[in-house]
Design a protein around this ligand. Structure first.
Ligand code: DGJ
Length: 378
């Protein structure tokens, strides 16, 4: 028996050693392991949630929400389970291979001293995205700025001369004040408690979950969940990317879409988004358009395989075109841990196109971008 035990033990030890070696070897070849803790170059878990990636001068910059401290459920959010952490601001990491990330630091810091400041650590700083303006040579960050109960629903803007920051905060606002959307109807303009578009015409439209997209012609757009999250808006930005240009459209009307991620392929615009269920996962959706202002045609759930109905227990945040590889995209998702938000994980998966040209994302335990492709992306 003793001998058998020791054989089993040494067999198990060998297996553990073998798999540890396999993990290390695999990591050295730049594997993505969706849902596992992802460590930066210092060995610390990457803390960049709900974010996005900018490719600039051969380097990828990953921006995200810096979630710190204990998770709590504020009384005001009890009804819908809106747990919170203190906002640390926006963190930034850099990489040349998309797998190994170095912490650059806090690109936009929250303010722990003044609870009345937009950037107060009690407030919401979510879904930051950064784009580069080739004309002004500035890096421009937009994010969802909100009060602790998510009632303010505003867009925050910050600017920097360098990608890692520090970004200078310019302020927050509700977009498209006193502007009707391109596709407004007479009914949309009728005042009424349920007509949120008309209600917010004078003061600006609600803006929660958001993303930015820069088109081939350099024009940039903000997509934001508006009208109490029922309808999304696509809103063109001014040439300096700092304000809404005053041209926007309502899309996915009444569909309660959140977590938008926009990308372009073969001249068509694609969207991946989620439904609206707080931190809890729901079924993802995708859509295509030939004009960014719509009409957008929904293409259904882009996720496939086990747990696809729950988006692999995650929620979209960005679709990253791999630089220099026109048909290579990575779909980035957050797997929220609503009772320990800072331990929320990342699910990055290849986004392909099926025979009908619909985005298709399949679960993979572990995968890699071939070295050849990485080299070409630099
Ligand atoms: C869902 C959104 O997509 C997240 O960014 C965050 O705002 C949570 N809701 C808060 O519950």
């Amino acid at each position: 028996m003793k001998k058998l035990c020791s054989q089993i033990f040494s067999g198990a030890a060998a297996l553990i050693l073998f798999s540890a070696a396999a993990t290390q070897a695999a990591d050295a070849t730049h594997d993505f392991v969706p849902g596992e803790i992802w460590r930066d170059a210092d060995g610390k878990p990457i803390n960049a949630h709900g974010g996005g990636v900018l490719f600039h001068d051969g380097v990828y910059y990953w921006y995200g929400e810096l979630k710190e401290g204990q998770t709590f459920l504020p009384k005001v959010n009890k009804k819908w389970g809106g747990t919170r952490v203190i906002s640390g601001g926006v963190s930034c990491y850099s990489s040349t291979n998309l797998c190994n990330w170095k912490k650059e630091g806090v690109a936009l810091a929250s303010n722990p001293k003044d609870p009345d400041d937009d950037l107060a650590c009690e407030n919401v700083i979510e879904r930051p995205k950064v784009i580069f303006n080739a004309r002004t040579k500035k890096f421009v960050m937009w994010f969802h700025q909100d009060s602790p109960d998510y009632a303010a629903a505003r867009a925050g803007v910050a600017v920097s001369d360098s990608p890692a920051g520090p970004f200078k905060y310019l302020g927050s606002f509700r977009p498209n004040k006193k502007v009707w959307p391109l596709n407004v109807t007479p009914a949309d303009k009728k005042p009424g408690e349920k007509n949120i578009l008309a209600r917010d015409f004078a003061g600006g439209q609600m803006a929660r979950d958001m993303t930015l997209f820069v088109d081939d012609d350099g024009k940039a757009y903000q997509f934001y969940a508006s009208e109490n999250n029922a309808t999304m808006h696509v809103s063109q930005l001014t040439d300096d990317y700092l304000r809404p240009a005053g041209k926007f459209a309502r899309i996915f009307i009444g569909r309660s879409s959140e977590a938008p991620a926009i990308f372009k392929r073969n001249g068509k615009y694609y969207a991946v988004a989620s439904g609206c269920s707080g931190w809890d996962p729901n079924t993802a959706r995708s859509a295509v358009a030939t004009n960014i202002f719509g009409p957008w045609t929904e293409l259904g759930n882009p996720c496939h395989g086990a747990d696809a109905e729950k988006t692999f227990f995650a929620q979209s945040n960005y679709v990253l075109p791999v630089a220099g590889r026109p048909d290579e995209f990575i779909a980035m998702f957050d797997r929220w841990n609503k009772w320990d938000l800072r331990d929320s994980r990342y699910v990055w998966l290849p986004l392909k196109f099926d025979a009908e040209d619909k985005p298709a994302i399949a679960w993979q335990e572990r995968w890699a971008l071939p070295e050849k492709k990485l080299a070409q992306s630099k």
